[in-house]
Design a protein around this ligand. Structure first.
Ligand code: SD4
Length: 301
């Protein structure tokens, strides 16, 4: 048996997302409802607040969002490169529950969202538009995830992906990802977050994993699936995350010196682990004993 309900999330804003999810879990709700609530909080509350948390657009000035949701019984849904829709996570859940498909992209995803009652609205904030105009002066694509914390001067923190995993009172698990992806990405670029097995994977028999950082590396390594499969072979969540990071490094040793990759995992007993390529990856843990814990992950560098 597991040790009660628990929810974990990537980055410092994970604390707020966890608390939104915890309201559901503490009331005896399901992990699936909890992660949707947590991701919805990140999609709206976070974007309504401070600059830097709100997504930067792609290199054409279009803010396109990715989201995925997965239930421990294997059901999953996602949307990629969806534009002008505030809650992609809810659209992803509807893809899972109301369509014969797993993933919808771009215009089709938006069309489905509108059919589901979502409103079309421009989400690009003045601050994000300003950052994009500034970026246009050089057009240099050089993502620096959590650069500030890594001591790289001049770059603002750039981490806008919520990865969340929950286990409910029944021991059922679920996970969610919500993101605007990499700032100034190519138009049409899809990251790891909406790719089941890359940015998120959940299996009630074993546990769950989610990722943040340079999504291309997660996709290359089917990384969240890898973390879950390593746990299936007996690794602890922390060991599984570390091995997945080592896999990323082995594949691309040079690139690994500069890009950030982070994994967060929880097994079906509620044990939590994390590992990052570079320091600065923090994650939030929330359960009945404490709702605002923020921990710093170990890292290779
Ligand atoms: C992506 N993994 O789209 C996301 C970005 C991210 O912190 O996690 N940023 O590649």
């Amino acid at each position: 048996a597991h040790n009660g309900a628990r929810v974990v999330s990537t980055w410092d804003f994970g604390v707020g997302a966890n608390q939104a999810a915890w309201k559901v879990l503490a009331a005896g709700g399901s992990a699936l409802d909890a992660v949707e609530a947590g991701a919805r909080w990140a999609e709206s509350e976070l974007c309504n607040s401070t600059v830097g948390h709100c997504g930067n657009p792609d290199r054409d000035g279009v803010l396109s969002l990715d989201a995925s949701i997965m239930s421990g019984d294997g059901r999953c849904g996602s949307v990629a490169a969806i534009v002008d829709i505030l809650h992609p996570i809810t659209v992803a859940r509807a893809v899972m529950e109301k369509t014969p498909h797993v993933m919808l992209v771009g215009e089709g995803a938006q069309q489905f969202a509108i059919q589901q009652g979502h409103e079309r609205r421009n989400l690009l904030t003045p601050a994000a538009e300003k950052a994009w105009r500034e970026w246009l002066k050089t057009e240099h694509y050089a993502p620096q995830i959590n650069a500030e914390r890594r001591g790289i001067p001049g770059d603002k923190d750039n981490h806008d992906t919520l990865g969340m995993i929950a286990i409910d009172h029944k021991g059922e698990m679920a996970g969610a990802c919500a993101t605007s992806g990499m700032a100034f990405k190519m138009h049409g670029r899809v990251g790891d977050s909406p790719i089941i097995g890359a940015g998120l994977y959940v299996d009630n028999e074993v546990g769950a994993a989610t990722a943040s950082g340079m999504g291309e590396e997660m996709i290359r390594n089917a990384a969240s699936f890898l973390v879950v499969e390593l746990m299936r072979q007996g690794r602890s969540p922390a060991e599984a995350c570390r091995e997945a990071i080592q896999r990323v490094v082995r594949k691309r040793p040079e690139a690994s010196r500069t890009l950030q990759v982070c994994f967060l995992a929880m097994n079906r007993s509620g044990e939590v682990g994390a590992y990052a390529l570079h320091r600065g990856f923090v994650y939030a843990v929330c359960d009945s004993s404490k709702q605002d814990a923020l921990l710093e992950s170990v890292s290779v560098y």
